[in-house]
Design a protein around this ligand. Structure first.
Ligand SMILES: *Cc1c(COP(=O)(O)O)cnc(C)c1O
Length: 226
C-alpha cells in the first residue's frame, strides 16, 4: 500500500477511535476535534488527507509550516491550521499571519507580541495557553499554579481572548493525572477548550474531557528522528 493510502486509512481509524471514545465517555457527538499533526510530512503526503475531507491540521514549527501551508491554504480556504509548538518572539509576525489557532502561548513576552501583531495585522488567530503540567525543565508552558492568573493577565493586560489550555504530559508518566489537572485549570480559568492527547493517549484524553486531540504518527506513520 502507498504511504498516501496509509495516511487516509490512519485518518479513518483515528476518527473511528475518537467517535468511540467520545461515546464511551458519554460526551456529545462532535465534542472532540482531531488536529492532524503534519510536522516532518510534506504537502504531497498531506494532500490525500485533505482530499479525504479533513481540514484541521497542526504544525510545531513556524518556518516548516511556511514551507507547505500557504499553497495548501490557497487551494482549500477552509483549512484550519494550529500552531502546537513553542513560538519564538522573532516568528510572532509570521505565526499570526499564517495560523488560525496558536496553542502555545507560554510566557508574558509572547502574549504581548501576539497582541501587538493582532493589532497591526488585523488578523486574530484563536489562542490557547500551554501549561507545563509536569513541571519539566525542558518543556515549555506556564506552571500549573500560575496558569489561571496568566490567563487573566492575557485578558486584562493584553486584551487577548484565551479560549483553551494545552498540555503535553511527561512521556514516561501516566497521562491521566495531567489531563485531569488541565481540565480543572480550564474550569477555574473559564476557558472552553482542552487540547490534550497524542497518538499514544488520545482516547484517555477524551475520557478526561479533551476537545482537541493532536495526533500525528497514528495517521501519517513514524517520523524520521530529527
Ligand atoms: C508531534 C506533536 C504531536 C503529535 O504526536 P504523535 O505522537 O505523533 O501523535 C502532538 N502535540 C505536539 C505538541 C507535537 O509536537
Amino acid at each position: 500500500m502507498s504511504a498516501e493510502a496509509n495516511a487516509v486509512e490512519g485518518l479513518k481509524a483515528v476518527l473511528g477511535n475518537i467517535a468511540r471514545a467520545q461515546s464511551e465517555a458519554g460526551r456529545p457527538k462532535d465534542a472532540v476535534e482531531l488536529v492532524a499533526v503534519t510536522k516532518t510530512f510534506d504537502a504531497q503526503a498531506i494532500r490525500p488527507v485533505i482530499d479525504a475531507g479533513h481540514r484541521t491540521f497542526g504544525e510545531n514549527r513556524v518556518q516548516e509550516a511556511q514551507s507547505k501551508w500557504p499553497g495548501l491554504k490557497a487551494d482549500f480556504s477552509d483549512i484550519v491550521l494550529h500552531l502546537i509548538g513553542p513560538l519564538q518572539s522573532n516568528k510572532t509576525k509570521e505565526a499570526v499571519a499564517l495560523f488560525d489557532v496558536i496553542q502555545s502561548i507560554d510566557r508574558e513576552k509572547i502574549a504581548k507580541e501576539i497582541a501587538r501583531e493582532i493589532e497591526k495585522q488585523g488578523r486574530a488567530p484563536r489562542l490557547y495557553v500551554q501549561v507545563n503540567t509536569g513541571l519539566e525543565a525542558q518543556k515549555a508552558g506556564i506552571e500549573p499554579g500560575e496558569a489561571v492568573a496568566f490567563v487573566e493577565r492575557c485578558r486584562i493586560e493584553h486584551r487577548l481572548q484565551i479560549e483553551g489550555l494545552m498540555c503535553i504530559p511527561p512521556f514516561d508518566e501516566n497521562p491521566g493525572p495531567h489531563f485531569a489537572l488541565l481540565e480543572k485549570l480550564a474550569g477555574e480559568a473559564g476557558v472552553e477548550h482542552l487540547s490534550m492527547g497524542m497518538s499514544g493517549d488520545y482516547e484517555t484524553a477524551i475520557a478526561f474531557g479533551a476537545t482537541k486531540v493532536r495526533v500525528g504518527s497514528a495517521i501519517f506513520g513514524h517520523r524520521p528522528k530529527a
